[in-house]
Design a binder for this molecule. Structure first.
Ligand SMILES: O=C(O)C(=O)C[C@]1(C(=O)O)C=C[C@@H](O)C=C1
Length: 364
C-alpha cells in the first residue's frame, strides 16, 4: 500500500469518526431526555428507576441481529454495552457492589454486565453485598452463584434465604486462571501458591502435575492472592487477567484451569422487579415437606405446562434438621401465563414458594 493510499484511508476514518462522535452524543442527549421523562412521570412517593435491564437486553440483542460485519456480533454488542453504560451514567450513575478486592472475577463480571461507567464498590463478603443492596447503599450487587467445574456457590444460595431481595439479571464469565509471580519472585523456589479455594480446586490437576509438593494456601479471593505475592519472593498466585494487570504481576503459566470451558455464572441483585424482555428466566425457592416423592410432585406442573427448568439445587432449609429447599431456575417470565399457572399450582402443593425474580437471559 502506497503512502498516498494510506493517507486517503485515514482521511476517511477521520470523517467517519466525526460522524460516529456526533451520533453517539446525539444518542447520549436522547438518553438524558429519557431520564427527565422518567423523573417527570412518577406517582406520589415513587422513586425513578433509571436502569432498565429488560430494555438493555433488547438493545443488545437487536444490535447483534442487525450486525452485518465485518465486526463480530459479540464485539458490536460489547461496544454498545459501553455506549449504553455511558448514557445511563448521564441519567444517573449506578453504584454496584461486588466481591472485592479490586481485580476479582466478580469485579470483571460487574463491568461485563454494567459496562465501565458504573461505580463499582468492592465488598469483603457475599453477605455484605446483600446487606448493602437491601439497605439501598448501592443500587445493585453482583454475586457468584455457580461454577461449571465446581458447582454451586453455597454462600450465595444461603444469603437468598436470609434476605428479601430481587434477582434482576445474570452474567456468565469465562474463567481463565494464570499462575502469577511478582518481580522479586525466584521462580525456581516457589514454596507456596495462594488463591481462592474454588480456584485452587479448578486448577487441581494442573497443580498436581506441575507443583505437586508446593503448599496450596486458600485466601479470601484471587485478587487478595495476587496482592500478597507482589511483595513475597517464594510465592505465586492463581488469578485472572484483571488481577495480573492491576497488581503488575508476570504470567508464569497461562490458562491453567483443568477444564477449558470453565465458567462462572453471576446474578445481579437489586430491589426492583424487572418487566419481561422477551427472553427471560425466573428463579424461585421452593420448600417442600420431607416426604417420599415430594420433588417428583413438585416438578409435575412444570412438566405439564412445558416450562423448561435449567437448574435445580438443594440446600438445607436452615429452619429445621434434615429439611431442604430447592433453588429452581426456569425459562420464562413469572408474568407469562404458563409460568404463572405452574407457580400457582406449586404454591398450592408446597410448604412455600418464593419468587426471587424474573430477569433477561444473559446476552453477552
Ligand atoms: O430506555 C431507557 O429507559 C434508557 O434509559 C436508555 C438506555 C439506553 O442508553 O439505551 C439507558 C439506560 C437504561 O438502562 C436502558 C436504556
Amino acid at each position: 500500500m502506497s503512502e498516498q493510499e494510506l493517507q486517503a484511508l485515514r482521511v476517511r476514518i477521520d470523517s467517519l469518526d466525526e460522524k460516529i462522535l456526533e451520533l453517539i452524543n446525539e444518542r447520549a442527549s436522547c438518553a438524558q431526555e429519557v431520564g427527565r421523562v422518567k423523573e417527570a412521570n412518577l406517582a406520589e412517593g415513587e422513586l425513578p428507576v433509571f436502569y432498565r435491564p429488560e430494555r438493555e437486553a433488547q438493545v443488545l440483542k437487536r444490535i447483534m441481529e442487525l450486525n452485518k460485519g465485518p465486526l463480530d456480533s459479540e464485539v458490536t454488542a460489547r461496544l454498545f454495552r459501553e455506549i449504553m453504560s455511558a448514557c445511563l451514567a448521564l441519567e444517573k450513575p449506578l453504584t454496584v457492589a461486588y466481591l472485592g478486592p479490586e481485580g476479582t472475577f466478580s469485579h470483571a463480571a460487574a463491568l461485563k454486565h454494567f459496562g465501565q461507567s458504573v461505580i463499582a464498590k468492592p465488598m469483603a463478603a457475599i453477605d455484605e453485598i446483600f446487606r448493602e443492596v437491601v439497605a439501598g447503599a448501592v443500587s445493585y450487587g453482583v454475586v457468584p452463584v455457580e461454577n461449571s467445574t465446581e458447582g454451586a456457590i453455597n454462600h450465595t444460595l444461603d444469603s437468598f434465604l436470609e434476605h428479601d431481595i430481587s434477582i434482576t439479571g445474570e452474567v456468565e464469565l469465562r474463567i481463565h486462571h494464570h499462575l502469577l509471580v511478582g518481580e522479586n519472585t525466584k521462580t525456581d523456589h516457589i514454596t507456596r501458591i495462594y488463591s481462592h479455594a474454588q480456584s485452587l480446586a479448578q486448577c487441581r490437576k494442573w497443580l498436581d502435575a506441575h507443583y505437586p509438593n508446593v503448599e496450596r494456601v486458600a485466601v479470601s479471593s484471587n485478587a487478595e492472592a495476587a496482592k500478597r505475592v507482589k511483595s513475597e519472593w517464594s510465592s505465586a498466585a492463581i488469578a485472572g487477567d484483571m488481577a495480573a494487570k492491576l497488581y503488575g504481576l508476570t504470567v508464569l503459566a497461562e490458562k491453567i484451569e483443568d477444564r477449558p470451558d470453565n465458567s462462572t455464572r453471576f446474578l445481579i441483585i437489586g430491589n426492583d422487579a424487572v418487566p419481561p424482555s422477551g427472553e427471560d428466566k425466573t428463579s424461585v425457592i421452593v420448600s417442600v415437606s420431607n416426604k417420599p416423592g415430594a420433588l417428583h410432585e413438585l416438578l409435575i406442573p412444570f412438566h405439564d405446562n412445558g416450562v423448561d427448568l435449567t437448574r435445580i439445587e438443594t440446600r438445607p432449609s436452615r429452619s429445621g434438621k434434615w429439611t431442604y429447599v430447592f433453588f429452581i431456575d426456569l425459562v420464562g417470565h413469572q408474568k407469562s401465563p404458563l409460568v404463572k399457572d405452574a407457580l400457582e399450582k406449586i404454591t398450592a402443593k408446597s410448604v412455600g414458594v418464593k419468587v426471587l425474580g424474573s430477569y433477561p437471559k444473559a446476552v453477552l
